[in-house]
Each structure stands twice: as C-alpha cells, then as structure tokens.
Design a protein around this ligand. Structure first.
Ligand SMILES: NC(=O)c1ccc[n+]([C@@H]2O[C@H](COP(=O)([O-])OP(=O)(O)OC[C@H]3O[C@@H](n4cnc5c(N)ncnc54)[C@H](OP(=O)(O)O)[C@@H]3O)[C@@H](O)[C@H]2O)c1
Length: 250
C-alpha cells in the first residue's frame, strides 16, 4: 500500500543544503513537516531552506547540532519533542567525506568519520525507534543514505567506505529488529552532486559520469524522489536502492 505522507513529521539530517535540502523539499512536497537538522550551514542558507519548505504549505523547524557528539543527537530529539511531540520519518543524510590513502588515515579522521557516518545514524535510530513507538499508530520509516562504499572497497576513501558499508549493515540489522512497525531502508547514490569544498571542473565531473551505464551524472532530486518512494511503499524493508545509473555494474 502507498503511505500518505501528509502531516507526517520527518527528521532530515544535513537538510540546509545540498542533497539533504533536496530530500527535505521533496518530502515537504508530499505534505510532511520537516525538522531540518544542520551543522555549519550559514544562517542565510538555513533561512532559505526553511522558507522554501514552508512555501510548500508545511511546517519547518531548524536545529543546529554537531552529530559527531552524542549530545548533538540529544539536541535534535529535544527539538523534535518540543516542536512536534512525535516522529514518522528519519533520513540520515549528514555525512563527512574525506579523501585519504589507507596509510594516511589518522585516528582523528577515523573517529570523526565513524562518529558522523555511523554512530550518529545508530544513535538516531535508537532514539527514533523509541519515539516512533509512542505514535498513535506505532511505527515509522528510517532511511540511511549510503555510498558506493556499501558495494565494495574504494581505494581513495577507505574509512569513508567502511563507514558506509557498516551503515548498510546497520540498515539491515535495524530493519530486522524494528519490524514490523518500523521499516528501514538504504539508498546508494551515484554521482549526484560535486563533493563539497573540493574544486572539480565540469569536465572532470562529466568524466565521473562516464563511469556509469547511463554515462552521465545525476541530480540531488534523483535521490530525493527515491526517498519519497521508500517512505511511501510499505512492503519494502531492509532494501538498498541504488540511484547510481548502474555504476556498480561496470
Ligand atoms: N553528493 C553525491 O554525489 C553523493 C554520492 C554518493 C553518496 N552521497 C551521500 O548522500 C548524502 C548527502 O550527500 P551530500 O553530498 O549532500 O553530503 P555532504 O555535503 O558531504 O554532507 C551533508 C551534510 O552533512 C552535514 N555534516 C557534516 N559534518 C557534520 C557534523 N559534524 N554534524 C552534523 N552534520 C554534519 C553538513 O551539514 P552543514 O552543511 O549544515 O554543515 C552537510 O551539509 C551523504 O550521506 C553522502 O555520503 C552523496
């Protein structure tokens, strides 16, 4: 059956800009109210994102939190309880993406990557499951945004890949454990947006697109529509949906 998302409450991490923003907007288009988490986004970016969400006729509320710290997760859930009192949808999109050789990964790099990409989604899953159990009809949906690292080893991003591979395992364990009331799925995007803070020329970006079967890069909205699909379709759990134009086949 198709789940109606209107008046559902959705927590989206990293929602003020980039892919997370597109996800928040797409959920808002379906009528979901958005608790938009952000970390270092500029005040103007947060304001713009919240206004864009509200212009779709739903409520939006921003909360700043460093998800590398457990206290950051506490802040997010305090805001959720205060503003909405409940929770229906979680999208764990916030992430850190460090390019390093395996031998160059420092202890700090490892800890930061694991804390943001894996521990935060784990803590959020625990807290979300408890809050979702309090819904008038207990239940909800959790979606974890993975990466190519969930499909196999990636030389240039070793600790990142390991964190995303483990995030896919967290997805499966959570789906198995939290069903039948809570569905948990993952999305594996391909190249949908140039990495933040790294200068990649349009030519190089096009070359990255050439690696997949459809020979082009995608857009954040491709991922956002897949999030909506996984929220709506209530016979899907424990699934990894690749939005990568067949990159894993080559
Ligand atoms: N872009 C792609 O083509 C692509 C490809 C494959 C997979 N993905 C996955 O899709 C998701 C979104 O991609 P993206 O490119 O938009 O990611 P991104 O820009 O690298 O990061 C997303 C957000 O994570 C937040 N973040 C970083 N450090 C944080 C911290 N310490 N505490 C809390 N939040 C923190 C940032 O929020 P602020 O901006 O507010 O600081 C940032 O906007 C990620 O999980 C990524 O791995 C993306």
């Amino acid at each position: 059956m198709r789940m109606d998302l209107s008046d559902k409450v959705a927590l989206v991490s990293g929602a003020a800009r980039r892919v997370g923003r597109a996800i928040a907007l797409e959920l808002a288009k379906q009528g979901a109210h958005i608790l938009a988490h952000y970390h270092r986004a500029e005040a103007s970016e947060v304001r713009d994102a919240l206004n864009a969400i509200k212009s779709l006729g739903v409520d939006a509320h921003g909360v700043a939190a460093d998800l590398s710290q457990a206290e950051g997760v506490d802040l997010v859930f305090a805001a959720l309880r205060e503003r909405y009192g409940g929770l229906d949808i979680v999208v764990n999109s916030a992430s850190v993406f460090q390019r390093r050789g395996l031998l160059d990964v420092t202890l700090e790099d490892w800890d930061l990557t694991m804390a943001i990409n894996l521990r935060a989604p784990f803590l959020i899953t625990q807290r979300a499951a408890r809050l979702m159990a309090e819904n008038p009809i207990p239940g909800g949906v959790i979606i974890n945004i993975c990466d190519a690292g969930a499909d196999g080893p990636w030389r240039e991003y070793p600790h990142h890949g390991i964190s995303k591979s483990a995030l896919w395992m967290l997805t499966q364990v959570s789906a198995l454990t939290l069903g039948p009331s809570i569905r948990v799925n993952a999305i594996l995007p391909g190249a949908v947006m140039k990495p933040a803070g790294r200068a990649i020329s349009d030519e190089d970006w096009a070359r990255i697109g050439e690696r997949n079967v459809l020979r082009r890069t995608g857009a954040p909205e491709d991922v956002a529509r897949a999030v909506v699909y996984l929220c709506q379709e209530d016979f899907i759990t424990g699934e990894l949906l690749r939005i990568n134009a067949g990159e894993h086949l080559r």
